[in-house]
Design a protein around this ligand. Structure first.
Ligand code: ADP
Length: 484
């Protein structure tokens, strides 16, 4: 891989039981740069047999790892955190090469990814239990919290580093061991994190990263009775499948699935602030985040002003290879992603929508799509119901606050929602009425390590980050001590 300061971060083998390994049958698959189509390298195509070994390794490592003092685990996590920050430039470069996001966003993701490791290293030392008022003079009642055991993480390509650390850091901090399967499109960032974890000094088998066949690896991770917990981020369709696969062994699950985020602009909003919020919420990562604004609902009296200002701002975007200075919108991840965006725009136009800016592929390359603003958008269009996952902002019109809430909640998803308003009563009313796990009010950016990230309805179960996130990797145990 080109121009890394430390080429040892570029690993083309999987990390299993403390060793860099090929697939048993030596097969590999290739990874390419979505901006150029250029081949970046190959990684092992592992399957079920290697996954069984990784799970066994994680299980063998568990007793010693969970027996360490919390501050001993925290010290290793802190070393990993500092190593990631020290290598942030290389990690960001690798991420832009394999994922496409602009370098400045990739660097931001590395810092964001590292923040979960620091946060959970600190939280590890604060896993308090409880004593309960007794029900009899001869007994004492206690609650302790213990690591759940071997955990699996299956992660997506849109945040190649942060989706791993957000799962792995709380698991390791709690005293669990982990097997990670990163997305096929972005294994190099994951393997670089494993290299840095090895340098940080995690004992053999505590942290494993397998690249390969999702169905075979996922089948073992979900089916194994040794794996006590699965954390998945990805599509609702695959989340539903994995949930079913986990049912026979009654695994604990965290699922971060699709969204259909509404972004509401009320008539009392600061319109310029709403435009700025929409730009970051909609076009970050070329619209490929599960919390990206998917539907912009704008009140009738400010609709035209908001649409015009948004379109003007979108025209200033620089589209291109994320490695180039000044670029703020990169390519989409693959052909299917571009086809979906095209289909959504075509459907909207066929049903009466109109393009204010964009609306077609961009000349920068095969996977580039122009940042787009659509007006006259109505609820019968695909953009109303499906996650576009691309740089398209469809603007719906509404008249009253009740209508906006009804439109916003009219979806099976419930991950993130946003609204812009200044009336304090409205801020509380709407904030409480939105059926979402996260609500951004007068801001388009909500994710950080201190806050609980997660959805309701078919957007998933569980929360990541924050003081609540570590509970996903702990079991509560009640001790009833009699005969006192
Ligand atoms: P996307 O459509 O955004 O790629 P997916 O849900 O397909 O989202 O992928 C998210 C993660 O789930 C990736 O790591 C992918 O390899 C993995 N995955 C996809 N299909 C399966 C499967 N059948 N079993 C286990 N993991 C899978």
């Amino acid at each position: 891989m080109q121009n890394l300061k430390d080429s040892s971060l570029f690993r083309s083998q999987a990390f299993l039981d403390g060793q860099w390994r090929d697939a048993d049958d030596k097969t590999r698959f290739s990874v390419s740069n979505p901006a150029t189509g250029e081949l970046l390298g190959e990684v092992p195509r592992m399957g079920g047999a290697e996954t069984v070994r990784a799970v066994d390794a994680a299980n063998a490592a568990l007793p010693a790892w969970r027996s360490l003092l919390a501050r001993e685990r925290a010290a290793i996590l802190q070393r990993w955190y500092h190593l990631i920050l020290a290598n942030a430039d290389d990690l960001a470069r690798m991420m832009t090469l394999e994922q496409g996001k602009p370098l400045i966003e990739a660097k931001g993701e590395v810092v964001y990814a590292a923040s979960f490791i620091e946060w959970f290293a600190e939280e590890a030392k604060r896993l308090y239990g409880d004593t309960l008022p007794t029900t009899g003079v001869d007994r004492r009642l206690m609650v302790i919290r213990q690591p759940i055991g071997v955990c699996a993480a299956i992660t997506p390509w849109n945040f190649p580093a942060a989706m791993i650390t957000r799962k792995v850091a709380p698991a390791l901090a709690a005293g669990c061991t982990v097997v990670v399967k990163p997305a096929e499109q972005t294994p190099f960032t994951a393997l670089a994190l494993a290299e840095l974890a090895q340098q940080a000094g995690f004992p053999t088998g505590v942290f494993n990263v397998l690249t390969g066949d999702p169905v075979a690896i996922g089948g073992v991770l979900t089916g194994s009775p040794i794996v006590r917990k699965l954390s998945f981020t990805g599509s609702t369709e695959i989340g539903r499948l994995l949930m079913a696969q986990c049912a026979p062994t009654i695994k604990k699950l965290s699922l971060e699935l699709g969204g259909n985020a509404p972004f509401i602009v009320f008539d009392d909003a600061d319109i310029d602030a709403a435009v700025a919020g929409a730009l970051v919420s909609k076009y970050r990562n070329a619209g490929q985040t599960c919390v990206c604004a998917n539907r912009l609902l704008v009140q009738d009296s400010v609709y035209d002003e908001f649409a015009a200002k948004l379109a003007e701002a979108v025209k200033t975007f620089s589209i291109g290879n994320g490695l180039e200075a000044g670029v703020n919108v990169g390519p989409l991840i693959d052909d299917d992603a571009v086809l979906k965006v095209e289909a959504h725009v075509a459907d909207a136009l066929a049903k009466g929508g109109r393009v204010l800016v964009g609306g077609k592929r961009h000349a920068a390359g095969k996977l580039f799509y122009e940042p787009t603003v659509l007006v006259n958008v109505t609820p019968d269009m695909r953009v109303a119901r499906e996650e576009t996952f691309g740089p398209v902002a469809p603007l719906f019109r509404f008249k009253t606050e009740d209508e906006a809430i009804q439109m916003a909640n009219d979806t099976e998803f419930g991950l993130a929602a946003y609204f812009f308003a200044r009336d304090v009563g409205r801020v509380f009313r709407v904030g409480e009425a939105l059926e979402y796990g996260m609500v951004g009010i007068n801001t388009g950016i909500i994710s950080n390590e201190v806050s609980p990230f997660g959805g309701i309805k078919q957007s998933g179960v569980g929360r990541e980050g924050s003081r609540y996130g570590i509970d996903e990797y702990l079991e509560m145990k009640y001790l009833c001590i009699g005969g006192i």
